[in-house]
Design a binder for this molecule. Structure first.
Ligand code: SF4
Length: 284
């Protein structure tokens, strides 16, 4: 089977920085280290780090006093860092600089009297982190239906979760412009996200079938799968190569492969090799 690998697929700058830093720190300290939630949204990388003594825990209370607490690349609510420090933990904050930039933009909007609207997935850790600096009247919305019927203020400032699509951001900015008197919008979608989304779209347009590789808990991987599926090309989201079913490729000649920003090269390579090993089958 012919494989077309998307030009941009796999680890982005922020994820590589987080994984490399934690892995190096684990070697240096040699003692157990803890990440608050998964360091990145990829279960296989989290497992690989666990083998090096880096454990993922859900709550600060699960980290023994005096230990190293690592904050993930997608950020955490700011008060969580203060709480960690006040518990005597040594914090390594690996929030991606592009996420930190959104905190600054949101805080400036609050200072200038804007109600902050975050275009993003409600409940996602990155969005909860942005909410923590975005003022008491901040809202997180992922569709126009999430906007309150009459709850918007006169001045609204909009930011985006780094992994949203440009289409969704544009649509929400358009809706908010008809509902508020003054609107300031900051397109804070990360460049790495845009590159991966455009490359996935281009690959899907050339392929008979698409495989999107990445954690099922990865927002940016799910978005790549949505983009590919929206082109009408049959699309399958897998975490690892062994989930691939050769029956998916019946009648296909070219298989497109892309991967989320938290998917390591070794998993992408295994998927590519697995697809290449499937013989071409006619429609039957
Ligand atoms: S997708 Fe962008 S914002 Fe998110 S970790 Fe990667 S580089 Fe940072």
């Amino acid at each position: 089977m012919d494989v077309i690998l998307a030009k941009y697929a796999g680890f982005c700058y922020g994820v590589r920085r987080a994984v490399d830093t934690v892995s190096k720190a684990a070697k240096q300290h040699g003692s157990p280290m803890y990440t608050l939630g998964p360091i990145i949204h990829n279960p296989q990388v989290v497992e690989w780090l666990a083998e090096q003594g880096v454990q993922s825990v859900q709550r600060l209370e699960d980290i023994p006093a005096g230990s190293i607490a690592v904050m993930p690349s997608h950020g955490v609510p700011r008060r969580t860092i203060e709480q960690a420090e006040s518990r005597g933990l040594h914090v390594i904050d690996l929030t991606c600089p592009f996420v930190s930039k959104i905190y600054r933009v949101a805080a400036d909007l609050v200072k200038d009297g804007y109600q902050v609207v975050i275009v993003g997935d409600m409940g996602h850790t990155e969005v909860r982190g942005i909410m923590s600096v975005a003022g008491d009247d901040a809202l997180a919305v992922s569709t126009p239906d999430n906007l309150p019927k009459d709850g918007l203020k006169t001045k609204v400032g909009i930011v985006s979760q780094t992994t949203q699509t440009a289409d969704r951001f544009r649509s929400l900015v358009g809706h908010i412009c008809t509902r508020a008197y003054e609107v300031r919008a900051f397109n804070t979608i990360c460049h790495a996200t845009t590159e991966r989304q455009n490359a996935a779209l281009g690959t899907a347009e050339e392929a008979d079938i698409m495989i999107v590789v990445g954690g099922r808990n990865s927002a940016n991987t799910k978005r790549l799968a949505e983009i590919c599926a929206d082109t009408g090309v049959p699309t399958h989201h897998v975490e690892v190569a062994k989930e691939i079913d050769p029956a998916w490729f019946k009648g296909a000649k070219k298989v497109g492969v892309t991967a989320g920003a938290s998917t390591p090269d070794w998993i992408i390579q295994e998927v590519v090799e697995m697809v290449q090993s499937v013989p071409e089958l006619g429609q039957g």
